[in-house]
Ligand binder design. Structure first.
Ligand code: NDP
Length: 613
């Protein structure tokens, strides 16, 4: 590609981005309330009436997705037996409990995405496993570590309050439960609460509708394993959104619906998937500690580092390999020195090449040239979550499948019988919202409950100017509370479970240490929290968060980030791999620097600031 081409390309990227910028940013989306409140109901498990529960546990784990499961597993390994998982869903699994849409599968290789494979002895069936297998693995973790024994499902936490008199958390649920816990861990997920497009008239649609995270198989027929959606054979179906979820379910809808109308605002980039079966012989030959080695290898490559070998070999590491090859090639030119400019140039050239291939793939797979043109992404690959699929683009060759491109503007209007785009009406029996999940909104709103710590301070007040923690885990003023997530820790975006395993391991080590030294409470000091925030402040704008990207949740919908948003999106400045090494040392050296462990007789109301062990 010549430099003139690149200038044109940049101009095209800018033009496409500008079309999509909306002054409302995140405020364009609606919460599922009112007519849509039932979108949050559980369609999979019947809620059986029972008496409210009032008892006490040592550790309550709020959220039984992978965050809660790995934390629970590590707690059990560390000898903490009295652990209770609490979840609004009817089983463990979190994201993989709720998301059962046809075609759902992991986008990151299962060998690293599925946590605790060595501990559970499970071999993934394929490089990218389907959702039922992932849900099954979540259940396997719960069974292996006896986490079902004391679990509480179909119980949505409504409030979490610190009782300063007894030094216990009180967890209230929508079932009337009042559970006391010495320690609470929270793994409520960054993308958890469904959001809806703020389209005028959305309330007026009288056909059937649902959000992809609560797929209505009663209406569509079929099942999560991909059986035909037989009840759609005589239906005109619309779907709003073309993100990672939509890319996976559209091939099924295109195959089975009488007619499918896909309302697109921004096309996703669709790279090759190349799924394949895992070879049992190769799997059996992997030595002890292989999963950690693979995870670090992947994280290193995916975040721009260098390794001798690419163990995972997927679309995420492919781009990294290309950059490395280019840097090496440039370095062989006399006079060229290694430095940020060489790396940036290599990154730009590799990305342009990759996106050219992705656009050429659209032409190769989509029969109708006009449709193909609309399916081409005009932005850098990591501006939006890259997708990998080998049937999505071909779905538009189905006779009943129609791509309705909205020229970056989104759906114009919804009425009782269908959807309007550019003055044209599309009559529908069913409208599916593949419009994603809240990102970056207030913590209490996304978690679904408020957390009130010492002195009656609410976590949302405490974080009004932005999230503040030590390691993304401990919060000053909120003793014995532990957050399990990626933010303000490694913040590794692609392989989310790697963050969770590390955070869960750290939390378990801390709670086990508190038990061993007879501490009743553990809390981060104000100074230690501030020092961590000082270290992180200024990060939170990665290649993902670039403002010249087309808008989306990776870059705060294209709006400049304030300090609040930056803090929420920040991670360890030296990157995820350095963080993983740092946190491993922090939790293993026995010091737990920055935390204060206090026994029952000590003054908890106004703890001294120095760290004790
Ligand atoms: P996304 O937020 O990625 O996609 C939402 C879609 O809705 C976008 O295409 C968006 O367009 C579109 N949209 C929003 N408002 C309108 C409107 N008014 N008119 C038309 N279109 C509109 O949600 P997903 O559920 O697809 O994915 C969320 C995340 O979940 C992923 O990024 C990924 O992290 C995770 N995921 C992971 C999977 C995996 O690992 N296998 C599978 C599925 C999801 P626009 O792009 O223009 O904003």
């Amino acid at each position: 590609m010549t430099s003139i081409d690149r200038t044109d390309l940049r101009a095209r990227y800018q033009e496409e981005r500008d079309k999509r910028l909306r002054p409302e940013g995140n405020a364009q989306y609606l919460e599922p309330t009112g007519k849509f409140a039932h979108f949050l109901d559980d369609p999979y498990t019947e809620v059986v009436p029972r008496e409210p529960l009032e008892d006490e546990v040592t550790v309550a784990v709020i959220g039984a997705g992978f965050a809660g499961l790995v934390t629970g597993a590590r707690l059990k390994e560390a000898g903490v037996e009295d652990v209770r998982l609490i979840d609004g869903g009817g089983d463990v699994g979190g994201t993989w409990y709720w998301n059962r849409y046809p075609g759902a599968m992991c986008d990151t290789a299962a060998m690293i995405y599925l946590p605790l494979l060595e501990e559970t002895g499970h071999m993934p069936s394929q490089k990218y496993t389907m959702a039922p297998e992932i849900f099954g693995h979540a259940q396997r973790i719960a069974t292996t570590f006896d986490l079902y024994d004391n679990a509480l499902f179909s119980a949505q936490v409504t409030a979490l309050d610190w009782d300063e008199t007894t030094h216990r958390w009180i967890i209230s649920t929508n079932r009337g439960d009042k559970i006391r816990a010495q320690f609470v861990t929270m793994g409520t997920g960054p993308l958890h609460r469904p959001k809806l497009p703020g389209v005028p008239g959305i309330d007026s649609f009288e056909g059937h509708c649902f959000h992809t995270s609560r797929w209505d198989y009663e209406y569509t027929g079929g099942d999560p394993s991909g059986m035909p959606l037989t009840k759609l054979a005589d239906k005109r179906v619309g779907i709003i959104g073309t993100g990672a979820t939509s890319v996976q379910c559209i091939p099924h809808l295109a195959r089975d619906a009488q007619e499918l109308f896909v309302f697109q605002r921004t096309p996703s980039s669709i790279d090759v998937r190349n799924n394949l079966a895992i070879d049992p012989v190769e799997f059996a030959a992997l030595g002890e500690g292989w999963q950690q080695e693979w995870a670090i290898n992947f994280a290193t490559l995916q975040t721009g580092g260098f390794t001798d070998v690419d163990l995972v070999k997927d679309g995420w590491t492919d781009i990294a390999q290309r950059i490395r090859d280019r840097v090496v090639a440039e370095m062989s030119v006399p006079g060229v020195e290694f430095g940020p400019e060489t790396v940036q140039r290599a990154f730009d050239e590799s990305d342009d090449e990759k996106m050219d291939e992705i656009r050429a793939r659209v032409d190769a797979l989509v029969n109708d040239p006009a449709t193909a043109e609309h399916l081409k992404p005009w932005y850098r690959q990591l501006c939006k979550r890259p997708c990998f699929h080998d049937e999505y683009l071909q779905a538009y060759n189905e006779p009943g499948a129609h791509l309705i491109d909205t020229a970056g503007l989104g759906v114009e209007r919804i009425d009782a019988t269908g959807v309007w785009v550019a003055g044209e009406h599309y009559e529908l029996d069913c409208l599916i919202f593949a419009s994603g999940f809240e990102v970056g909104t207030e913590h209490a709103r996304r978690a679904g409950f408020e957390t009130t710590g010492r002195n009656g301070e609410a976590l949302s007040e405490h974080w009004a100017e932005g999230m503040t923690t030590l390691h993304g885990i401990n919060v000053h003023g909120f003793p014995n509370l532990f957050i399990v997530g990626p933010n303000q820790g490694a913040n590794l975006i692609s392989n989310i479970t790697h963050n969770l395993v590390e955070a869960g391991t750290t939390v378990a080590a801390t709670i086990a240490h508190a038990a061993a030294c007879g501490a009743e409470t553990v809390e981060v000091t104000e100074q230690a929290e501030q020092a961590w925030i000082d270290l992180l402040d200024g990060t939170g704008t990665s290649i993902f968060g670039n403002l010249d990207c087309t808008p989306g949740y990776y870059n705060n919908e294209g709006k400049p980030m304030g300090r609040r948003e930056r803090l929420g999106a920040s991670g360890y400045p030296a990157g995820p791999v350095a963080y993983f090494a740092y946190i491993d040392n922090w939790r293993s050296n026995g010091e737990f620097a920055g935390l204060e462990f206090l026994g029952p007789a000590q003054d908890h109301a106004d703890p001294p600031n120095e760290t004790t062990n």
